[in-house]
Design a protein. Structure first.
Length: 83
């Protein structure tokens, strides 16, 4: 079984979903790891809103390179669009 590594973290689901979609579009398997209670209650305090994007260890270098291509500030722009 493959070991999974975290290549991206965000406070909230939307930025993590964007990164996950980008990775999957490039053929890299990815999944989101988060506390369910944070999503159910809509909490983003004390780590409850933390979402980790994880990939198999053998894909980590390629996945990290793709994440670095995401423009700086893109996460803030997503948050502003939701407000």
């Amino acid at each position: 079984m493959s070991e999974f590594v975290t290549i991206y973290e965000s406070q909230g689901m939307l930025p993590a979903q964007v990164i996950k979609s980008k990775l999957e579009a490039a053929g890299i398997p990815a999944f989101l790891k988060y506390e369910a209670v944070g999503q159910v209650l809509g909490l983003i305090v004390d780590g409850l809103g933390l979402v980790q994007v994880q990939v198999p260890a053998e894909w980590a270098a390629e996945a990290s390179a793709l994440v670095e291509e995401v423009p700086a500030g893109a996460e803030e722009e997503l948050d502003e669009e939701l407000d």
